[in-house]
Design a protein. Structure first.
Length: 322
């Protein structure tokens, strides 16, 4: 049966946190019959599946999908495909949301016919969200995603947005499979296609939890090189979709791609992996035509200087930064 809203929750080895997440999702201020929670267990090796199955037995609106480990991207993609709702929200299984916030958020989405709604302002998390929310003063003015890309240092995490599902499907907005940092690639593409977008400016309704052994805190060689795949995908998207005369938007996409490239270089230098490793990284960047860096697309003066230095001598750059 088609529902109004779906939470999509990928799960991999989060037995310590997943029930906190699910509890926040079931404690909402719309009827359970109007929304569901799609839990995608992505080859989890701990007791997550047992805990979730026990918890779900008390709630008819929780749907469990069990798959072999395919990674966060495919878990989200499969959850999106399984959903038949009008709106979706990707929630990480170690995070949680404010109780009784969904009615107000959906009201904004429906009233303004939004493609995307950002719900992650910098103002601290508010427990009693519904009490303080005002649909006129608590959200930004209506804008396009392209305007948002140009005028704001946007939140890149997919968890920070509610989406109209049909908008995602029509524009083939799925997550790049088998890479880390998939949100860095997904969110700019989604914003590019969004015709109607608003941002919550009242209170944060999402609590983002950083685990000690999460992707954001563990760094392997594979993770570093994945940054190049993500950066390359962004540049390819820019070349295929952004008009040649739209220099400002090109700078947004290319600038983010180079930012991702540099984040990999920063990790290489910080971990003192050696110049040979950096050279290998830059060779692959050159294969993707990300290096040498095209300075004309870089906006910030400091970044331009770093790019020029790296282009001139990667060896000197490594010696200076490591």
């Amino acid at each position: 049966m088609k529902t109004l809203f779906s939470f999509i929750v990928p799960v991999y080895n989060t037995e310590k946190y997943v029930l906190r997440c699910l509890l926040s999702l079931v404690n909402q201020n719309i009827p359970a019959s109007t929304y569901n929670i799609i839990v995608v267990i992505d080859g989890s090796l701990d007791n997550s599946q047992i805990l979730i199955t026990q918890f779900a037995s008390n709630y008819s609106n929780i749907k469990i999908i069990v798959q072999e480990n395919q990674g966060l991207s495919e878990a989200r993609n499969n959850g999106l495909k399984a959903s038949e709702s009008e709106y979706v929200w990707f929630v990480d299984s170690d995070d949680w949301i404010a109780e009784n916030c969904l009615r107000e958020l959906l009201h904004v989405m429906q009233e303004s016919e939004l493609d995307m709604f950002e719900i992650a302002p910098s103002i601290p998390y508010q427990d009693d969200f519904a009490r303080f929310f005002d649909s006129r003063s608590s959200v930004s003015n209506l804008q396009t995603g392209r305007e948002y890309l140009l005028n704001k240092d946007f939140v890149v995490g997919a968890w920070a947005y509610l989406f109209r599902r049909e908008f995602l499907i029509q524009n083939r907005l799925f997550f790049l499979p088998k890479v880390y940092f998939e949100d860095e690639e997904f969110t700019p593409r989604a914003l590019y296609f969004a015709e109607k977008l608003m941002a919550l400016k009242a209170f944060s309704v999402y609590s983002y939890f950083i685990r000690e052994n999460s992707i954001t805190t563990l760094v392997s060689d594979e993770i570093i090189f994945d940054k190049l795949k993500v950066a390359n995908s962004l540049v390819c998207f820019m070349k295929n979709n952004v008009d040649d005369d739209n220099e400002n938007l090109k700078k947004v996409f290319y600038g983010r791609a180079i930012g991702i490239l540099f984040s990999g270089i920063k990790l290489i230098c910080k971990q003192k992996k050696g110049f040979f490793f950096l050279n290998k990284y830059l060779q692959e960047a050159s294969f993707y035509k990300l290096y040498p860096i095209q300075i004309r697309y870089i906006v910030r003066t400091k970044t331009k200087m770093l790019c020029c230095f790296l282009n001139f001598s990667s060896y000197m750059y490594y010696k200076l930064k490591s």
